[in-house]
Ligand binder design. Structure first.
Ligand code: UD1
Length: 417
């Protein structure tokens, strides 16, 4: 199993380019199921999660051509078949559950493995199923599978009890080919939802209101394959932004949409970090006196749960008392035990972590418990005194394109072994 060896306590300088958003590309790939022609994703990040989803599409007989050199993926769904979906892959990656809405819209039925829980929380799918039921589907759950049947989905109003990103995406895709109008109320507002709506509209769908709490989808008869470039990865960008104050450095990050990262930028400015925005380029000066703060994760436009662990690393070396409240996932403090091994002073009480800033972190052997917690530990390694070894980095590879190369180009010293 690969590990990162990080020689910490080095200043960074220079500029880094942000890749396209994994969380935008995954639902976009799924939505190619809705057409029977060729779609092209330009600038796709070449990441393990993307490859897994391409395999899921291949198991449905899609022709998928991945051009790694040019970050391009062509998907031909002309000969797509209902049978054959690789349920081992579906179980492996939760995001593949998104295929259920698109499959029932295209084939009138779908049967796939129920996703398991995952380390960060139980992550139920009740809202996805509630929505499909409202669109007229019948749903049967047995023997670890869920079967959804609807000869023709019919538009309806769906109220989501929580603005779930996955449920909003699943329903938006299903409703594009439904008969009549669908309204998703209390919809998720994440930028990736807007990107998916833009992709679907380019295919010929009629979606209005994406990015607000109420999305209206007027069903159409047919969607066409298109060529599309997804948005920048706001979480990768946020991770690099935090790398600057963590290492007391000034760096430039290219490929950031300020609107998508407002909550993170505002918080960092409150802490004293200097951030200048020039279009899609951000210059972050982290060589400043940091002030403690309190953050609470919220659905967009609140502070993103996917940035929580990276922020916690920064708060660990910020003088004074800070707090982090996690409201989205019930078990997302798995980095805490690892950070403590590096000298951090963090106490967890339920969903609230209280952090007393320490003068410095010290290198230790730690394990990446999941994707974003792993990123937080890499950041910890960057500022720690001595050597940090981060194990189980396959988690980090799911969401960051060669993070060590990008950080090393900025002057970090990370070796993958
Ligand atoms: C997506 C992102 C993930 C991010 C999360 C929250 C992708 C591939 N993943 O995950 O990186 O951390 O949004 O921003 O885009 N819930 C229910 N019932 C449901 C669905 C969700 O109770 O049917 C709950 C979940 O358990 C969780 C909360 O809603 O507590 C948020 O989940 P959701 O927004 O659905 O996250 P994902 O789409 O899984």
């Amino acid at each position: 199993m690969s590990k990162f060896y990080i020689n910490g306590n080095r200043r960074l300088k220079g500029s880094v380019n942000i890749s396209s958003a994994k969380n935008a590309v995954l639902p976009i790939l799924v939505s190619t199921i809705l057409t029977d022609s060729v779609s092209t994703i330009n600038g796709s990040p070449m990441l393990e999660d993307v490859f897994v989803l391409c395999e899921v599409l291949r198991s449905l007989s899609a022709e998928v051509n991945i051009d790694r050199d040019n970050n391009k993926i062509d998907i031909n769904t002309k000969n797509l078949k209902y049978e054959g979906i690789d349920n081992d892959l579906v179980r492996k990656m939760r995001a593949s559950f998104l295929v259920i809405g698109a499959m029932v819209a295209r084939f009138g039925k779908a049967k796939i493995s129920l996703p398991g829980g995952c380390k960060i929380g139980s992550r139920p799918i009740d809202l996805h199923l509630k929505g499909l039921k409202a669109l007229g589907a019948t749903i049967k759950e047995e023997h670890g599978y869920v079967e959804v049947v609807a000869e023709q989905l019919e538009g309806n109003t769906v109220y989501l009890d929580f603005p779930s990103v996955g449920a909003t995406e699943n329903l938006m895709m299903a409703a594009t080919l439904a008969k009549g109008d669908t309204f998703i109320e209390n919809a998720a507002k994440e930028p990736e939802i807007v990107d998916l709506a833009n992709f679907l509209n380019k295919m010929g769908a009629k979606i209005q209101g994406a990015g607000s709490g109420k999305i209206c989808i007027t069903g159409v008869k047919r969607l066409e394959g298109v060529s599309y470039t997804p948005i920048f990865d706001r979480i990768e960008a946020g991770t690099f932004i935090i790398a600057a104050p963590i290492t007391k450095s000034k760096i430039t990050i290219e490929g950031v949409d300020e609107e998508h990262l407002k909550s993170v930028i505002v918080k960092l400015r409150e802490m004293g970090v200097k951030i200048d925005v020039f279009g899609n380029k951000i210059v972050v000066d982290g060589d400043v006196e940091l002030k403690p703060t309190d953050i609470m994760t919220m659905p967009h436009p609140g502070f993103p749960t996917d940035m929580q662990s990276q922020m916690m690393t920064l708060l660990s070396i910020t003088p004074g008392r800070s707090s982090v409240t996690e409201t989205i996932f019930e078990n997302r403090f798995m980095q805490v035990a690892e950070l403590r091994r590096m000298g951090a002073n963090i106490n967890v009480n339920g969903r609230i972590a209280t952090i007393e800033g320490v003068k410095e972190l010290t290198g230790a052997e730690v394990v990446a418990p999941d994707l974003r917690a792993g990123a937080g530990l890499v950041l910890a390694g960057l500022c720690a005194k001595g050597e940090t070894i981060v194990d189980h980095i396959y988690h980090i590879d799911r969401g960051y394109v060669t993070i060590e190369d990008k950080l090393n180009a900025l002057g970090a010293e990370i070796t993958r072994i």
